[in-house]
Design a protein around this ligand. Structure first.
Ligand SMILES: Nc1ncnc2c1ncn2[C@@H]1O[C@H](COP(=O)(O)OP(=O)(O)OC[C@H]2O[C@@H]([n+]3cccc(C(=O)O)c3)[C@H](O)[C@@H]2O)[C@@H](O)[C@H]1O
Ligand SMILES: Nc1ncnc2c1ncn2[C@@H]1O[C@H](COP(=O)(O)OP(=O)(O)OP(=O)(O)O)[C@@H](O)[C@H]1O
Ligand SMILES: NC(=O)CC[C@H](N)C(=O)O
Length: 538
């Protein structure tokens, strides 16, 4: 006998209980009628979206979630529906999975392992379950587990001991580079002990600082991948199991993991697209300088939203090189995005005039540089207000780490696509995008980066070269290494200490920065929470 299971690798909008319920019912019908599946499996907390955060603390939200689950169950016929939902037991919320069958809730599993590190806060919201859930699916005992349950010994083995011959693990596992390999490795470790095949169903789509990449998969009992869904695409697909003495997955399509730079590019595109769509913006606007950060951000936005929904503004000052304006024009034209040219000199002059008397006798310094960045911020926010387009900031992770950006200037905006992308990766992403079609002039990639806020300014006047800065930052921010560790790894003491100091001192800036999407092991934002006011430092 064969068992057919549909994997629903779909995007659910956080908080949209009604919309998500409709998607679940529509997909269940499609899985039953088109795919002829015995069961359809949705991701973790599909009904609520992930992560629902403090919505879980609201009684009205939890009551409505319970009502929607009953509604879905009532309308479920001819197929088993397995889905994640927030369980409403007064004072005792659980992160649960339900098996819906023939108009009823047939079984419930409560997640055992609640992740409470990195971007996860599940202990703030949920109590841990302790019981296994094994149900009969067309004569096969099937166990359910939820996401983190796979990352620790316990729940999967317990389900197998309770008789499960197949595990369905439902997930909301966010992307970072190399995550597919990590997931499949832990899954392999678990089933090596449990000795049963496993179906892993992941969420897809962008949600604030997170992006979910899908890449759902099936492992046979030996840990071989017999199916893998594509990354960053919705999919409703079936996988078959031959059920004799053993339950064996039948070989299906195995999507190859994308090369790293391409997967980051897709993650950023997905994050921008979903942030704009889910927050109902008409499109996006950004300042286009002729530098690489804004060039890449424009390409990402155009790929995410379509060129006709993205506008750019070129705002030359007295320090802007003619080449920069020319390159910015070429970038907008190559992508087919509308652009406006608005010199900032009149506003800059007006501000200097207004401050002249108060600042008499004080030498020019970064104050004047910052006024230029803030003139641009005012203009860009006007575009955002008038056109209902989100303002994308262009700062990358290297700059955000060391505070090389102006508060209320180039940091003004609503979403920061490159916030977790180190500068050296910005270059690789630009080259990758150009390999699809040339949209960023080669000299923009080749030229040394400059903020163009004073004559002949180069980033390297204020910062170590990115070839030194980025690896130091990776050690300090992503791997929590000490300055001594960094020096021991061969970096100059002066640079190591200076970089660590800049990172520590600029927490206040990052706390005021717009959200951006996590693509590395450790991003700024909910993934790295340091005090602003802090007596510990280098
Ligand atoms: N602990 C704290 N908590 C809260 N606020 C704090 C603070 N410490 C300073 N501040 C405030 O922050 C101000 C300093 O920050 P801010 O006004 O931003 O100015 P600041 O960091 O001094 O200057 C901006 C830097 O970014 C560079 N930049 C600007 C624009 C673009 C780029 C680029 O690469 O694209 C680079 C620019 O060359 C300059 O080095 C202080 O005057 C004070 O008001
Ligand atoms: N002349 C300009 N016209 C329009 N926007 C500008 C201009 N100068 C700066 N900006 C905005 O401020 C941001 C920060 O400036 P900055 O020069 O640091 O970045 P960049 O030019 O994109 O890249 P790079 O850091 O490589 O120079 C730009 O990305 C852009 O959004
Ligand atoms: N939602 C979860 O339990 C996710 C935790 C898990 N370690 C992951 O990132 O895949």
């Amino acid at each position: 006998m064969n068992l057919r299971i549909a994997i629903a690798q779909l995007d659910f909008l956080v908080g949209d209980l009604e919309g998500n319920a409709v998607r679940i019912l529509d997909s269940a019908r499609e899985a039953r009628d088109r795919l002829r599946a015995h069961a359809v499996v949705f991701p973790e907390l599909a009904l609520a979206g992930y992560p629902p955060e403090d919505l879980i603390l609201r009684r009205d939200f939890m009551t409505q979630a319970a009502r929607m689950l009953d509604d879905i169950a009532e309308q479920t016929r001819g197929i088993d529906v397995i889905l994640g939902f927030p369980e409403n037991r007064p004072g005792m919320p659980y992160n649960s999975a339900a098996v819906l069958r023939d108009g009823k809730i047939h079984a419930i599993y409560r997640k055992h392992a609640l992740p409470n590190y990195g971007v996860f806060d599940e202990k703030r919201y949920f109590l841990p379950g302790s019981e296994p859930c094994v149900f009969d699916l067309h004569g096969i005992p099937v166990g359910i587990t939820i996401c983190e349950d796979l990352w620790l010994p316990g729940a999967v083995e317990q389900a197998a001991e309770a008789g499960a011959r197949l595990i369905l693990n439902i997930n909301a596992s966010p992307y970072h580079t190399d995550k597919i390999r990590e997931r499949e490795e832990v899954a392999r470790e678990r089933i090596a002990v449990a000795g049963v095949p496993l179906v892993y169903v992941n969420l897809i789509g962008g949600q604030d600082e997170l992006v979910f990449d899908g890449a759902s998969f099936v492992l046979d009992r030996e840990g071989r991948v017999s199916f893998r869904a594509p990354e960053f695409e919705e999919a409703l697909v079936s996988v078959d199991f031959a059920c004799g003495e053993r339950v064996e997955p039948i070989q299906g399509d195995v999507a190859e993991p994308l090369p790293q730079v391409e997967s980051v590019y897709k993650a950023l595109v997905t994050a921008i697209r979903d942030y704009v769509r889910k927050n109902r913006f008409e499109g996006a606007v950004l300042g286009l300088s002729g530098g690489i950060d804004s060039a890449l951000t424009l390409a990402l936005a155009a790929d995410a939203l379509g060129a006709d929904r993205v506008e750019s503004v070129l705002m030359p000052s007295r320090y802007t090189a003619a080449m920069s304006i020319e390159d910015a024009r070429l970038e907008a034209e190559a992508l087919g995005c509308r652009y406006h040219v608005i010199p900032i000199e009149p506003a800059f002059d007006a501000f200097l005039g207004m401050l002249e008397e108060s600042f008499a006798g004080l030498p020019p310094d970064t104050t004047e540089e910052n006024i230029q960045a803030r003139c641009r911020g005012v203009i860009l926010m006007a575009f955002s207000n008038k056109k209902r387009k989100i303002l994308l900031t262009t700062g990358n992770k290297s700059e955000m780490s060391v505070g090389y950006a102006t508060l209320y200037g180039d940091m003004a905006g609503g979403f920061a696509p490159l916030k977790d992308v180190p500068k050296l990766l910005v270059y690789r992403l630009a080259e990758f995008r150009n390999s699809l079609s040339p949209v960023i002039p080669e000299r923009v990639i080749a030229r040394p980066p400059s903020a163009e806020l004073k004559p002949d300014q180069k980033d390297e006047d204020s910062l170590p070269p990115y070839s030194i800065l980025d690896p130091i930052l990776e050690m300090y921010v992503e791997f929590d290494k000490s300055v001594d560790d960094i020096i021991a790894a061969g970096f100059p003491e002066r640079e190591a200490r200076r970089v660590a100091q800049m990172v520590d001192r600029n927490e206040y800036k990052r706390r005021q920065a717009p959200p951006g999407v996590k693509i590395t092991r450790r991003a700024f934002g909910r993934d790295r929470r340091y005090p602003i006011t802090c007596g510990y430092g280098q």
